[in-house]
Design a protein around this ligand. Sequence first.
Ligand code: HEM
Length: 211
Amino acid sequence: MHRVYLHPLALRIWHWTNAIGFILLVLTGLQIRYVGVINLVSFRTAVLVHAWIGFVVTANFFLWLFFHLFTDQGRNYFAELNPVKLFQGCWRQLVYYSSGIFKGAPNPFRQNIAKHIKFNPLQGLTYQMVMLAFLPLQIVTGILLWDLAGFAPIVQFLGGVRVIDTVHVLIFIVFVLYIPLHAYLAMLGRTTFEHYKAMLTGWEDEDDPAE
Ligand code: HEM
């Protein structure tokens, strides 16, 4: 067993700012959508806070993006282009999470930080979709909804307010499902909070190659 430096400081700052931001966005988003049913803060306050946190999460996303574009961390996001290998890898991981883990089977995935193999195939695919598709799309639709009058020509071009709002709400639902599932899967290390500790300190234990 040896220790590896898994998460650089910038990544950790991005992650926890993003996680807190997302929870607040979900709460204020629910308040905006269900005004009259939920009455935690006024509609106006919810809209204002939602927009401000949205901008913080957006700026934070660019921190994440530039960090991955200009350091070798981006290599963790290289996609598996062979669909058969990708499917087999994801399937193996799904079988492990849904049955193997309960029978004490070993995790079929071994990370290799030196080779930038940090994510298991299922994680890799999920993080690619979340960070490179859902989050950017949510940012763009959020900014358009923030100033409908100012962005009127773009909003019209994209099909109108209903289309933009529907996309924003659908991705909101994706994130509401993603966050608890992601937080749960992150508990499936050798110990419950091994991955959480690593996301706080940067360091994690890794098996020696021969083990
Ligand atoms: C309550 C909220 C959250 C908790 C408790 C949490 C927890 C964690 C933990 C423990 C890890 C490290 C282990 C792993 O890679 O699985 C991690 C990684 C990650 N999380 Fe989260 N997370 C939360 C919210 C989010 C949100 C909202 C997003 C994106 C929208 C996100 C995106 C990521 C990504 C991309 C990584 C991989 C980072 C890397 O190693 O490069 N997380 N999360």
